[in-house]
Structure formats: C-alpha cells, structure tokens
Design a binder for this molecule. Structure first.
Ligand SMILES: [Mg+2]
Length: 235
C-alpha cells in the first residue's frame, strides 16, 4: 500500500494547533474563583465537568454558556455580553500553541508544504494567532466571520483552497486537519478533501463521515506531507 502524499493541507486552529482545551480549563477556574455563588456550593471538579458540557463538539458560544451558568447558579452576576468579553480576553491572555505544534509548523515551512489555517470565529482568532506567535509562521489564515460564513459551509473551505494557490489543485489532493467532527470533518469531506481528525481521547461520532486519518497530534501527519515538493506523483 502506498502512503498518500497531499499537495496541500489546511488546519483548524483551536485544539488542532493551539491549546484551547487547557485555556478553557484556566478561564473557568478564574470564573469559579470569582463567583462565591459557584465556589461556595460546588466543588471545582463538579463545576469543571459542568463547564465542559457548555462546549459541545469543542466549540463554544460564551453568550449561550453564560445563560446556562446563571440557570445552574442563579447568584452569578453579569450578563452574556460581558461573559463573552471575559472569555475571549482571558483566552487570548493564556492561549499557547499545543506542545510540539510550532515545531511541526516550522517543519512544514522548511519542507515547503503548502498550508494554511481555516478557523471559525472573529477578531479574537486573529489575536490568538498573535499571542501564540503563530502569526509569523503561518502562510495565511481564513477567519470565518471576516470571510462571511462559518465551517462547515463549503465556501470557507474553498477560500482556503484558493489561498493555497497550487496550480490545478483538486480538493482530494488536500488534507484538512481538525478536531470538530461537525464543522471540520463534515465540511472538508463535503468539498471532497481528505480529512484527519484530532481525537482528543474521544470516539468519533456516528453522524459524521468517518475521517481518513485519526491522530492525537498533527505531527503524526508528517508522513502524508513530507514529499510535497515532488509533484511528479511518484512516491
Ligand atoms: Mg477546533
């Protein structure tokens, strides 16, 4: 069996290249410590478990999350808008690359892999790219709210294809890497890309097309990218 080598690769950002999971835990620890209505009645472990239920699919809407938090602990003060601000401001302060992810990115750059990022979100995504230092290493980033539609809409994936700028590229020659089955994998599969799913210890759900690769970390995908410069099709 030959190993498929892709001519281009597109990456999700959160929990694919940057460590949103750790940042999420830290943000909610700050919230927990701030609100007596929470920490006076609920142990941290139970509260954290609840906070993670507010982030299905590793995606989150802090405004909606706040409504659930107030339902669970009615003494919590504030409003959805200020929670949204708090969440992303904290997130940006503490966001880091996943261990090894910057080395992987630099390896792609030195090997000549054509790649870029397609992420759902707004200006906070741009700030994350700056705080983590990724900004100076990434060829391009498509941020969905600036582009106009979120993953899994096909248009935002095709914008990534356009920016890869590879002559005569077919979508099946591109690998899309992400942790969210319902935005990353469904969307990329829908436009004909091959897909790699970052499992984060989860089972792949049965309501999304099964990914071509399941990995714990992006660096496991090197074998599918390393001969990118050889355009002859020979392996
Ligand atoms: Mg993600």
């Amino acid at each position: 069996m030959t190993t498929q080598i892709f001519r281009g690769a597109l990456f999700d950002l959160d929990d694919t290249l940057v460590d949103r999971k750790s940042a999420y835990d830290d943000i909610y620890r700050v919230l927990y410590d701030r609100h007596e209505a929470i920490h006076s009645q609920t142990p941290w472990k139970d509260a954290l478990e609840f906070f993670w239920t507010l982030s299905p699919d590793n995606a989150t809407s802090p405004r909606e999350a706040f409504i659930e938090i107030q339902k669970r602990w009615p003494g919590v003060t504030g409003d959805p808008e200020s929670h949204h601000e708090f969440y992303f401001t904290q997130m940006i302060k503490i966001m880091k690359m996943l261990p090894g992810a910057m080395d992987f990115v630099d390896w792609m750059n030195s090997t000549g892999v054509n790649w870029g990022v397609v992420t759902n979100g707004d200006e906070f995504q741009v700030e994350k790219i700056e705080t983590t230092g990724l900004k100076n290493h990434v060829p391009f980033v498509v941020v969905s709210k600036f582009f106009g539609v979120d993953k899994p809409a096909p248009e935002v994936f095709m914008e990534g294809v356009r920016l890869l700028d590879i002559p005569d590229i077919q979508t099946e020659e591109i690998l899309f890497v992400g942790d969210n089955p319902h935005t990353d994998i469904i969307g990329a599969h829908g436009v004909g890309m091959k897909t790699a799913w970052i499992h984060m210890g989860r089972e792949f759900p049965d309501d999304a097309p099964y990914p071509d690769f399941i990995v714990a970390h992006v660096e496991e995908l090197k074998v599918h990218l390393h001969r990118h410069l050889d355009r002859s099709g020979e392996i």
